[in-house]
Design a protein around this ligand. Structure first.
Ligand code: 5BU
Length: 474
């Protein structure tokens, strides 16, 4: 087949059926464009459909070794179907939304882990749609390294995809499509120049490869953190080589100080429940602060604020405890809505006001739902510089590598307590659950020798942290 001749024939047909239009258009994202493609109309023209699939087959697919092909929904689906029949290869269907019932599968069809899949798409601008389909296929263990496209608008899409290890092969680039249309007197030189300068000036945003937060080192994440407390905590973790937070749930001030004297060098953070201390004084706070300074750890008051913003601001600043004056960070429920974060951030306390937002709890039967977690993460996205991180239990809860996952519910031996606390091992929270800072309370403070026990926890956690940043998770 004379493919150049056929390509020209296709370009003219696309123009004639209004799949390509010239004029002043506004794109989906509100940008002005002098050229507009709507390839959805091709389903009404069997001769165009046939020509496209034959050209894709001959010029882009023939001789390639692959197991499946998958069209990006929706325009490319019928083209992928035709190609699948023509080249006798299996097709996979990617859903746009996961089914809300049954299997929740994103990819339909029969396939095995390690098989390769070629992507079919009509037009690429930024490449984001191809990338979404690629990522869903990769999640299933399929290898995706190539995409076959009808038209590349040359606005950064193929570069974006190359950054994600997807090579693009297209029938037309905008430049050669325009050349063909000029050659066949479908458009004049002025229109062509107009389109050329538009392509030069208008580039789609870069889609950089985001790295899984849990594979990055704490040093790197300290650089990425925008909250000052998160930066300090990640730096301490990297310097002291510990991600252990001790929860000092003891009711006597001197017992708390005694334990910290013994274990301070092995922890990055101490977590207090100041309202359980029976002999609280401001002297206790001074001693706590001087231990924090001497051993270089931060202080988290686990107050779990949950009221309207105004009340929370008073609870944080006033009363007997004056938390704002000494705690580097506090825990806050998202239940009352974003006002609670604004309230804490508005307090000009002496300290630097780190906030851990509670997205999940470790206790059995807690009432937090998937929607609650999603809404909590949405609030956090809005206030990411005010937040130190989340108290949560799962690595998929959030992505931002500048935020810290604080995970309680950890013990070496037990699996639960008598009141619904659920424990996981250090290995499980680090490798499966994505914890950054791990909270241990009774596992250390109730042990015969906290000073021996603290080292066991610190080492077990750090060993698994090293394993995950070296990429040896599986
Ligand atoms: P433990 O002794 O390791 O079970 O202590 C865990 C601490 O973490 C304790 O102070 C709890 O108040 C705190 N915690 C928790 O266990 N689970 C949660 O979901 C949250 C806090 Br939020």
């Amino acid at each position: 087949m004379e493919s150049q001749h056929e390509l020209e024939e296709l370009a003219i047909k696309l123009y004639n059926i209004d799949a390509i239009k010239f004029g002043d258009f506004i794109t989906k994202t509100g940008l002005k464009t002098p050229v507009y493609f709507d390839l959805r109309v091709i389903v009404s023209y069997p001769d165009v459909m046939e020509l496209i699939s034959t050209l894709l087959h001959v010029t882009a697919i023939k001789g390639k070794d692959f197991d499946h092909l998958c069209g990006v929904p929706y325009t490319a689906l019928p083209i992928a179907t035709l190609l699948s029949v023509q080249v006798k290869k299996s097709m996979l269907l990617r859903r746009k939304e996961a089914k809300s019932y049954g299997t929740k599968k994103m990819i339909e069809g029969h396939y095995k882990v390690g098989e390769t899949c070629l992507i079919i798409e009509d037009v690429i601008t930024s490449g984001s749609s191809v990338l979404e389909t690629t990522q869903d296929l990769r999640k299933e263990g399929l290898k995706v390294n190539e995409a076959v496209i009808i038209l590349d608008r040359e606005q950064g899409g193929s570069e974006n995809l190359a950054r994600h290890e997807v090579q693009v092969k297209s029938l037309f680039t905008m430049t050669n499509l325009i050349e063909i249309l000029v050659k066949h007197n479908k458009i004049n030189i002025d229109t062509a120049n107009n389109v050329h300068s538009y392509i030069k000036e208008t580039h789609a945003p870069k889609i950089v490869k985001t790295q899984d937060r849990v594979l990055l080192s704490y040093e790197k994440r300290a650089e990425l953190a925008s909250n000052a407390v998160a930066k300090r905590l990640l730096t301490i973790m990297a310097t002291k080589k510990t991600n252990l937070c001790l929860s000092v749930d003891l009711t006597s001030a001197s017992n708390i100080l005694d334990v910290l004297e013994k274990v301070g060098e092995h922890i990055c953070l101490v977590k207090t429940h100041v309202d359980i201390i029976e002999d609280f004084t401001t002297d206790f706070i001074s001693s706590l602060k001087s231990l924090a300074k001497r051993f270089n750890f931060l202080i988290l008051e686990d107050r779990k604020y949950a009221d309207i913003g105004n009340t929370v601001a008073l609870q944080y600043l006033k009363g007997i405890y004056k938390v704002a004056e000494w705690a580097d960070c506090v825990t806050v429920h998202s239940l009352p809505g974003e006002g609670i974060i604004k309230a804490i951030a508005s307090c000009n306390g002496v300290n630097s006001q780190g906030i851990f937002l509670i997205a999940e709890m470790s206790s059995e039967g807690n009432l937090i739902t998937g929607d609650y977690i999603n809404e909590t993460v949405k609030i956090a996205e809005k206030y990411s510089s005010l937040l130190t991180g989340f108290v949560c239990q799962n690595r998929d809860t959030f992505k931002n590598p500048g935020l810290i996952q604080l995970t309680p519910g950890v013990q070496l031996e037990s699996s639960k307590d008598n009141f619904g606390q659920i424990y996981n091992t250090p290995e499980k929270v680090m490798l499966e659950k994505g914890a950054d800072v791990v909270v241990v309370g009774r596992g250390i403070i109730a042990a015969k020798s906290p000073e021996t026990e603290v080292i066991k926890y610190k080492e077990a956690l750090w060993k698994n942290y090293m394993k995950r940043v070296s990429g040896k998770m599986e």
